[in-house]
Ligand binder design. Structure first.
Ligand code: C2E
Ligand code: MG
Ligand code: MG
Length: 714
């Protein structure tokens, strides 16, 4: 903006007077003089120009200076333009007052006193320039406020709206007249609030602004009588202006932002496929529910669901069907629940349900049972029936006893148990399950160290021949080397299956095999031991490993003993499927001259006929048959049949688990010659073997006594 050039209009009907005035003003810099010879001409010039000052002659024909001054000062555009009246008349106070009345701001008489005129003109120009600058600044401010993206209003100390920018008017659909000088509460109402009419928004702002320099109302629903409610964020502040406090309120329309935030919240908290809560949001719920239950002494119940064999649906029917099924399962779960319960999908085929205020454990069982049954009903997807089942683990926390992590862990453990129990069922968590889990974890981690440190212990259980009346061999049995888990012993029945779940079983098996081979080679040249066989258990996993035969060969090549003294025991269940590779492995072992025993026979319910096709030398009748001798006639028949078939195929039979004289007698009567069991001896340490053998030679008391009884029967 150029404020430096000031335009002055000289109005006089005498050209000589115009020139005289121009002459007088000549020393003033940066002025531009315009001339008019009459009132009419002056008014015409004013149509297209604005001036910093008008020097107006009083005496002019047609329209005198007073009339012209009055007309000019009444126009909108020039009402602030300073007018100085110039006359040759005597300066009476009457004329001066008349000039002021007509809008002039000063009066000067002819003959002109040059210094006075010059000084006055300079002062008015200065004032005009200052005014122009102020106008410019305030129009700039206005422009900025108008252009602002936020609504801005200024309130008086009493709450009347003194200013509202265009954005504010546009936001609320109001005109400036509708808001200016109105009270804030009259124009804006907080809606969706029961007492909207009585709510004093201005008082609220006023009291908060007095406490904090900038008071923000994060989310408020505001409405005018013109527009639907809008979600607004208000920033309120107070400033001092002309000795009084005024309030500035900035309105920000946050409707879009809130919609977006809500969308983001949904994305962050809900599973997109099923619209159920997701894991993190659900866990927050659990935490809150547990916290509440602590206060009000109630129970929180967590159900963990996992669909059984869902992968099969995905693999066979495709992912679209899989997704549709998950959605339908979610719907079934949701419809089963009460209003306060919440369901979630944790991803994949895992779901969870939180039951609050479940008055009894039975309630939770009923919900679980209902869910199991409901989900087992066929689903119709793309016109086809699809079947799926679910397993559920239930865990309860009473009075906030468990936190979210513990409760989830419990429910997971219970779910695992439900799966192990055969699926399509539910299991409620009990502490023993957790103890079991912890023990399992302990075994897993310790077993690694034991095997790495070659620290596995091996005990040997003798096998007796009733006919030969002596020990004819031993079975090597792996033993946990140290105290165990707390005070509990860890039996092979526990750690072998755990080893079988990982590659540890291979290392474990090879360690037992190496030790056994070493023992066999030490027996080779001793008369006391050279006739003995040594049986080593082989896991199905070992047998199925592609490199097992090579490893076996490599170990055997390191030791010297007759190969047929080593017998590898394979359980009946391990060869149930009789795959081609298992059979060829068995044949290969046989070809090496190593003996083969079929362990735990009778537990796999396999047909006796297939024995003839398998290269076994020994059949070990499982201890459950032996221990039922005398109690179950049917089992006696089975034992007899096994002995007959074994004899027919030239195989030996070992009766496992003989614990007392009756069982021994029964086994012998049914034709079993070889006996293994606690009745003769428990598995013993290697260092005790020789003593047992010597005792056996000289005549074991128990054995001697029994021998007589047994042989008396034969
Ligand atoms: P198994 O091969 O059938 O071994 C016989 C099991 O019966 C042994 O249990 C033995 O202590 C037990 N037993 C022997 N006589 C009696 C008796 O009169 N009464 C009773 N109640 N039990 C008797 P153990 O040592 O606890 O082994 C359990 C199973 O663990 C073994 O059954 C075998 O399947 C497996 N196992 C043991 N060591 C090894 C190993 O080195 N490798 C593999 N793969 N499995 C092994
Ligand atoms: Mg065995
Ligand atoms: Mg056995």
């Amino acid at each position: 903006m150029d404020c430096s050039l000031s335009k002055i209009l000289i109005v006089d009907d005498y050209e000589s007077n115009q020139l005289a005035l121009a002459n007088v003003l000549q020393p003033i810099n940066n002025i531009e003089l315009h001339f008019a010879s009459s009132g009419n001409e002056a008014l015409k010039v004013l149509i297209n120009n604005s001036f910093s000052l008008i020097l107006l002659d009083v005496n002019m024909p047609n329209m005198d200076g007073y009339e012209v001054a009055e007309l000019i000062s009444n126009t909108q555009a020039h009402r602030h333009t300073p007018i100085i009246m110039v006359t040759a008349h005597e300066t009476g106070s009457e004329n001066i007052l008349k000039a002021y009345d007509c809008g002039a701001i000063d009066y000067i008489t002819k003959p002109i006193e040059v210094p006075i005129l010059l000084n006055k003109v300079k002062q008015f120009i200065r004032i005009d320039q200052l005014q122009a600058k102020t106008d410019y600044l305030s129009s700039e401010r206005e422009l900025i406020l108008e252009a602002a993206g936020q609504g801005v209003i200024k309130l008086s100390a009493a709450g009347e709206i003194q200013f509202a920018n265009s954005k504010c008017l546009q936001l609320f659909g109001l005109s400036r007249e509708q808001v200016l000088d109105k009270h804030l509460n009259e124009c804006f109402k907080i809606s969706l609030c029961d007492d909207a009419d009585s709510f004093d928004l201005f008082a609220e702002i006023k009291s908060n602004v007095s406490k904090t320099p900038i008071y923000q109302v994060q989310e408020v629903t505001l409405a005018t009588y013109k527009k639907d409610p809008l979600l607004m964020e208000l920033t309120c502040t107070s400033v001092h202006q002309h000795g009084e406090i005024v309030f500035i309120i900035v309105f920000q329309d946050i409707t879009k932002r809130v919609v977006l935030e809500n969308k983001l919240t949904r994305l962050a908290n809900y599973d997109q496929l099923t619209e159920l809560a997701n894991r993190s949001y659900f866990n927050e719920h659990i935490e809150r529910a547990i916290f509440r239950s602590q206060r009000i002494h109630s129970t929180v119940t967590l159900l963990m669901l996992d669909l059984d064999q869902f992968k099969l649906v995905n693999d066979t029917l495709g992912h679209d069907v899989g997704d549709a099924l998950l959605r339908d399962v979610a719907t079934r779960i949701s419809t089963t629940l009460r209003i306060n319960d919440i369901a979630a999908r944790f991803g994949g085929d895992e779901f969870a349900v939180l039951l609050e205020d479940c008055t009894s454990i039975i309630d939770a069982d009923l919900v679980a049972e209902k869910l199991v049954k409901l989900i087992a009903q066929p689903f119709i997807i793309q016109g086809n029936e699809v079947f799926i089942e679910t397993s559920i683990g239930i865990a309860c926390s009473e009075n906030g006893e468990a936190n979210q992590t513990t409760l989830s862990k419990w429910a997971d453990i219970a779910l695992y148990e439900a799966k192990s129990a055969g699926r399509n069922c539910y299991q409620r968590f009990v502490q023993a399950m957790s103890d079991e889990r912890e023990k399992k974890a302990y075994i897993q981690s310790q077993l690694r160290h034991i095997i790495d440190n070659q620290a596995l212990a091996i005990h040997y259980q003798p096998q007796y021949s009733v006919k030969e009346q002596k020990i004819i061999g031993f079975e090597a049995l792996a033993r946990w080397p140290n105290k165990g888990y707390g005070t509990q012993l860890i039996s092979p029945a526990e750690f072998i299956p755990i080893a079988e779940q990982s590659y540890l079983i291979h290392d474990l098996g090879l360690q037992v095999l190496r030790s056994s081979c070493l023992l066999l080679s030490s027996w080779r040249l001793d008369k006391l031991t050279q006739h003995l066989t040594l049986s080593v258990n082989l896991s199905a996993k070992q047998l199925n490993a592609p490199d097992f035969l090579d490893k076996l060969k490599a170990i055997l090549s390191n030791y010297q003993f007759p190969m047929n003294k080593l017998i590898l025991e394979i359980t009946e269940t391990a060869i149930l499927n009789r795959t081609a590779s298992v059979i060829s492995s068995l044949d290969a072992i046989k070809a090496m001259g190593v003996g083969l025993a079929l362990d735990d026979f009778g537990t796999g319910y396999s047909s006796l006929n297939y024995l003839q096709n398998l290269p076994f030398d020994v059949i070990k009748i499982d201890q459950c048959f032996i221990q039922s001798i005398g109690m179950c006639r049917k089992n006696n028949v089975v034992i007899k049949a096994v002995v007959d078939i074994a004899t027919a195929y030239n195989m030996d039979v070992v009766a496992e688990g003989v614990e007392n004289a009756e069982q021994l007698q029964g086994a012998v009567e049914l034709g079993c010659d070889k006996i293994q069991g606690f009745y003769f001896s428990k598995p013993i340490e290697e260092s005790a073997i020789n003593a047992l053998l010597l005792q056996d030679l000289t005549g074991c008391v128990v054995y001697e006594e029994q021998k007589h009884k047994v042989y008396a029967h034969m």
